[in-house]
Design a binder for this molecule. Sequence first.
Ligand code: ZN
Length: 242
Amino acid sequence: MAGVLDDAEISRILSITAHPDDVDFAAAGTVARWTEAGIEVVYCLVTDGDAGGFDEDFPREEMPAVRRAEQVAAAKCVGVHDVRFLGYPDGRVEATLDLRRDLARVIRQVRPDRVLCPSPERSCQRIGIGQPDHRAVGSAALDAVYPDARNPFAFPELRGRESLAAWTVREVWIAGGPEPNHYVDMTETFGRKLAALRAHESQTGHMEDLTERIRTRLTLMAQQAGLPGGRLAEGFRVLDTA
Ligand SMILES: [Zn+2]
């Protein structure tokens, strides 16, 4: 098991994801546990998920506003009330210097002890996890944690024009990577995770088997974690970044 910081040492956590619903599929049960423990959690979404959805008749120009609203509603289901959108185009995210600067800015503004982000790696088990936007956001988020946010001389405009002091994130939790090394038993917050997922109606409204699909995946994670039967878990790769 990784040397994970005790939640009692954590005041703020910043979740960085590519699309509305990513954090809810990957980690909403864990987020609910964090907020229940009194930790402040902030969401940063790189895109509005404007290329998402399943209904071809749905007016595409309305999708960004719908998905933003869904993510804000889903966040409330797990105790998160600060949701920020960077507005990058869905499906075309690259780990550019601009994205690294924008993420370093949010890190310096929020000053989190822990960052949650997607994996920069491709998964050979589940192709959907390694979606290109996820990999780009995972890569840029890790670069923003180290070195950009903590190096006072990186992106000098952040410290100059915007008066944002350097900030060192102590720990990163990568969700959806190929090699989890830490599991959170979130059996008690499973209902809140489901509520958050259902809030993304434009994405999950057609999934009649949503509950069973999610329960199956979380049961498998709990088995990997060595938890007793009937338990549910979300898995992460935890990195010490202090
Ligand atoms: Zn996604």
